[in-house]
Design a protein around this ligand. Structure first.
Ligand SMILES: Nc1ncnc2c1ncn2[C@@H]1O[C@H](COP(=O)(O)OP(=O)(O)O)[C@@H](O)[C@H]1O
Ligand SMILES: [Mg+2]
Length: 415
């Protein structure tokens, strides 16, 4: 049987080897140097030396049948973007090993995956499998490579003098451009408005902009609606051409993208942030504010992949800046729930401060360190949002719907 091997590295250090077999099986083995290095860069919180059972986890190879292990699978696009890339590559949409081999030079975060010359593959990687032959990855060269996770159509671009260009193979893009949707009306102005409102009440966000579609160069052929603007957000996993590592909470909790709504709750995320972050208190306060803001803005999409840890010093996790906050209720008929359980509820219109108190208690966070931050969000939302809305570019019908949503909230959160 033929096998292709990828070498995975992080900040110039060898992490390990991923072997992809013809029949879809794939095996990831950590290198000795990675396992033994106690000041190694963090690939995932689960590989951090302080994480419970880490040695056992690194000792055994990670074997999967079709999909890649969640740590890697979550680096790949879902939805329309995956369709677009696999069609252009002429491979099956589920062939994750091929996708990773192809996209490995511009993944989210700082991991790099490179196809290896067969003669450089260490013997011990393939020895357990008997008669296998390493072969070189058969690379189709397409221009304009990029890998971004998520569902929406989006591109990693570089900016120069107000124009945005799809980054070519050797240059890392530092803006994510989300083009407008043919399915839902005015998403870019919705996301821009929601992110700005979130910022006004203390949510930490990257630089965001609205960009004329006529300023985007070298886009692949995609269907666009009759709208003029795209949403642009500065990448926090890129810094002046350098990669900064990050991972989302599907990776942290070792879940697949399709499990993003149903396999965890906000208590679990909170507990992890509070315990492992380099500044647990500040990050959990920020997390609690964002939970409330998502309720106020009727964002039903704050699932596992919309929360990330960032490793700015290569080792220590911190909560990343916020992204993908928008008023989803204007697109989903009768939407009444947020994405994951908080104090055992998902219901926008019954959730109250008491649920947050119960959330803090079961996540092991002192309530007094949280309460004043939630009060502060409410004070600012009530005093700033009604006027700010007048200036922000959200579709007028959507603004009205958002204001209707405010009236229905529990009195603790009514605006
Ligand atoms: N500003 C950013 N910097 C770095 N990575 C980002 C940023 N915004 C989003 N991402 C990454 O890209 C993925 C998709 O972006 P997101 O805004 O969530 O789009 P979608 O609507 O498709 O879910 C996210 O899950 C996250 O990994
Ligand atoms: Mg998302």
């Amino acid at each position: 049987m033929k096998v292709t091997v990828l070498k995975l590295s992080l900040h110039g250090q060898l992490v390990g080897y991923l072997a992809g077999f013809q029949n879809g099986k794939n095996v990831f083995s950590f290198s000795e140097e990675f396992k033994e290095n106690l000041s190694r860069p963090t690939l995932s919180l689960i590989t951090h030396p302080a994480f419970p059972y880490v040695e056992k986890l690194l000792a055994e190879p990670w074997v999967r049948k079709q999909r890649l292990y969640p740590t890697l699978s979550n680096l790949l696009p879902e939805g329309a973007l995956r369709e677009l890339i696999t069609q252009r590559l002429k491979v099956h949409i589920d062939n994750e090993f091929h996708l990773l081999s192809y996209l490995g030079n511009d993944l989210p975060g700082a991991l790099i995956a490179e196809p290896m010359e067969p003669e450089l593959v260490p013997d011990y990687i393939l020895a357990p499998y008997g008669k296998v032959k390493a072969v070189l990855f058969d690379k189709v060269q397409l221009n304009n490579k990029f890998s971004l996770a998520g569902v929406q159509m989006k591109f990693s671009m570089t900016e120069k003098d107000g124009r945005y260009n799809l980054s070519d193979n050797n240059i890392l893009g530092d803006w994510i451009i989300k083009t407008p949707s043919t399915k839902h009306r005015d998403v870019p102005v919705n996301e821009y408005t929601a992110m700005r409102l979130a910022q006004l009440v203390g949510v930490n966000i990257p630089e965001v902009k609205l960009v004329q579609l006529s300023k985007l160069d070298n886009l692949p052929p995609i269907n666009l609606p009759d709208e003029e603007l795209a949403f642009a957000i500065k990448r926090f996993d890129r810094d002046d051409g350098r990669r900064v590592h990050m991972e989302d909470f599907a990776q942290v909790l070792v879940k697949y993208p399709h499990e993003k709504y149903n396999s965890a709750n906000y208590e679990q995320i909170g507990r992890i942030i509070y315990r492992f972050s380099g500044n647990g208190l500040v990050d959990i306060q920020q997390f609690s504010k964002r939970l409330l803001v998502n309720i106020l803005l009727a964002n039903g999409d704050a699932h596992l992949k919309n929360w990330s840890l960032i490793y700015a010093d290569k080792i220590t996790p911190r909560l990343s800046p916020a992204y993908d906050i928008l008023t989803t209720s204007v697109y989903i008929e009768e939407e009444k729930q947020f994405a994951l359980n908080l104090g055992k509820t998902k219901d926008w219109y019954s959730v109250s401060l008491a649920h947050f108190q119960s959330w803090a208690k079961s996540a092991g966070i002192p309530w007094r360190t949280i309460q004043s931050h939630l009060d502060d969000v409410m004070d600012k939302a009530r005093s700033l949002w009604p006027n700010a809305m007048k200036e922000l570019p959200m579709n007028e019908a959507h603004k009205l719907q958002l204001k209707e949503h405010w009236k229905l909230l529990h009195k603790d959160f009514r605006i």
